[in-house]
Design a protein around this ligand. Structure first.
Ligand code: XUL
Length: 526
């Protein structure tokens, strides 16, 4: 018998739904709508509203409300098995904050299926736009919060991250300082994730430790609000924030609005939503401590999982609660595909020629090192871009190809060391994971096998798997590996094993790389 679970992903540009059938381990249904195209009256471009100040990037939360209505209409029309869905969970773009007034709880409870969702909810906002993760306008507030809390190292240790402009705490502080009247009228602050969950459940929803950690407000060790961080951020904040709850918290049955209007099973259970990165961690199958994924995209991202709470003293890696329990880290390297492409273009090579260059050069590159900081780098923090070559001639095309990839992999190894565990296997995803020479360097530098995962909607899939987990967890014990089995397996035959002679070379070479990086940072950051 089928066992359907629905996962939704409210991302920056689109809203996606995936229905999984846990019984057959298949994706039963998928649908997505693009905000700009589906909700044009809000005037967004790529899902966002830009200000004259390029640092200010917001989105209208009422657009997300309209999109939810439209997506459910689409699901009904296309015959998604909504009447048999047992539970619904979701994923939201991280950090975006939604400001609700005192009318919100009653409006959420009384959703009327005879009217569109937007008519039901257009009066519940104390701020008509939401600052999202692309907003970088809160440097001042980051400094103020850091100082008010008692220092950067203290804030990292307590909340899992240094203060970052896009994090919700600094954004809330800016709102409270700039518009105290509207802040005063704000009775509830939600994140994108908990806001969307609130609509489905018809009541203010809790936040989970995956998304809660992206605020600089949650105590990362206890997964509860940190009173000192709240005090350093904005007045009366404790009253406005929702409770924090485990990621598998069942909030209650779906609101009758969705049952009556779209035929969703009236007893379908709403599960707490989480952030898109925590959901992706599940959608990539990282449900046990020590499991690691590397996404090679525009930027390269390192996802790790830990059972214990450790934080990065340098504040380069973020630590969030993992929806599977324990912790996850997100370390972002900005010069990813972009840097690989720049080197390829510099030497006027095709990708097959770039790969041939990797094959033709030895592990360790005869000591040649590149720090590929074409753009200002996030990890390590580089303010002044520029590429640095150490023992490396700019005239040697093949050595430069190897150097860019080795530099990226060595940097990932170096800047994930604070986690205190070396991965035993790595799942690689993103465009460049199709390149087996790059994968070989990854396996050799990391010293473990690498497997390729082909995924397009890992956050939505992760949300659907979380719905399945929460539903089963509410009925007894359930093992995460059992839930993800069949959904998150790597591409068959994609395993690339580390070569022991190359691993030995990199175990030494990492020290030379670290020294080169220290030197490069002195030059770049003055
Ligand atoms: C993570 C971050 C982005 C957003 C994208 O810290 O800011 O990955 O979550 O939606």
């Amino acid at each position: 018998m089928s066992e359907y679970f629905l996962g939704l992903d409210s991302s920056t540009q689109s809203l996606t739904a995936i229905v999984i059938d846990l019984a057959t381990r298949k994706i039963a249904f998928e649908a997505s709508l693009n905000f700009d195209a589906a909700c044009p009256r809000f005037g967004t471009k790529n899902g966002v509203l830009r200000d004259a100040d390029p640092r200010v990037v917001h989105a209208p939360p009422l657009m997300w409300v309209e999109a939810l209505d439209k997506l459910f209409a689409q699901l009904k029309e296309k015959g998604a098995p909504l009447a048999q869905v047992k539970a619904i969970a979701g994923s939201g773009q991280q950090h975006g904050s939604v400001y609700l007034n005192k009318f919100a709880p009653a409006a959420l409870a009384a959703l009327d299926p005879a009217r569109p969702l937007t008519d039901n909810l257009d009066h519940v906002f104390s701020r008509s736009t939401s600052p999202i993760w692309m907003d970088s306008s809160t440097s001042l507030e980051c400094d103020e919060i850091t100082a008010g809390f008692g220092g950067r190292a203290e804030l990292i240790a307590a909340t899992g991250s240094a203060a970052f402009e896009r994090f919700s705490g600094p954004q809330i502080r800016k709102f409270a300082e700039h518009d105290p009247k509207a802040y005063g009228e704000t009775a509830h602050i939600a994140l994108v994730s908990s806001f969307m969950a609130s609509i489905l459940a018809g009541k203010i929803a809790p936040l989970d430790p995956g998304d809660g950690a992206g605020m600089n407000l949650m105590d990362i060790a206890t997964k509860q609000w940190n009173a000192a961080a709240l005090n350093a951020t904005a007045p009366e904040l404790a009253k406005k924030l929702p409770p924090l709850a485990p990621s598998w918290q069942v909030i209650g049955p779906v609101h009758g609005y969705f049952a009556k209007k779209y035929g969703v099973a009236p007893d379908a259970q709403c599960v707490a939503w989480s952030g898109d990165n925590p959901c992706s961690v599940i959608g990539l199958g990282l449900v046990e401590a020590g499991q690691t994924a590397i996404s090679l995209g525009t930027s390269d991202t390192y996802f790790g999982t830990m059972s214990e709470c450790r934080t990065d003293p340098n504040g380069e890696g973020h630590v969030f609660g993992s929806p599977a329990g324990g912790y996850m880290t997100l370390i972002c390297f900005k010069n990813g595909s972009l840097a690989r492409e720049k080197v390829r273009d510099l030497y006027k090579l095709s990708w097959p020629e770039f790969s041939a260059a990797l094959r033709a050069t030895p592990p360790g590159n005869n000591g040649g090192i590149m720090l590929p900081w074409f753009d200002p780098e996030i990890t390590p923090r580089v303010l002044k871009p520029g590429i640095h070559r150490i023992n490396l001639s700019a005239a040697d095309a093949a050595a430069n190809c190897r150097a860019v990839v080795e530099g990226q992999m060595l940097s990932m190894r170096l800047h994930s060391q604070w986690m205190g565990l070396r991965p035993t296997k790595i799942f690689a995803t993103g465009g460049a994971s199709a390149n087996s020479e790059i994968m070989q360097i990854m396996a050799d530098v990391m010293g473990c096998p690498v497997y390729r995962i082909e995924t397009t909607a890992s956050a939505a899939l992760g949300a659907a798997l979380r719905a399945a987990h929460a539903w089963h967890a509410a009925r007894g014990t359930v093992a995460w590996p059992h839930i993800v089995r069949g959904f998150t397996e790597p591409v068959s035959g994609s395993e690339i094993k580390p070569r022991s002679d190359a691993v030995a070379v990199y175990d030494k070479h990492i020290h030379a790389y670290a020294a080169a990086e220290r030197q490069g940072l002195l030059t770049a950051n003055g």
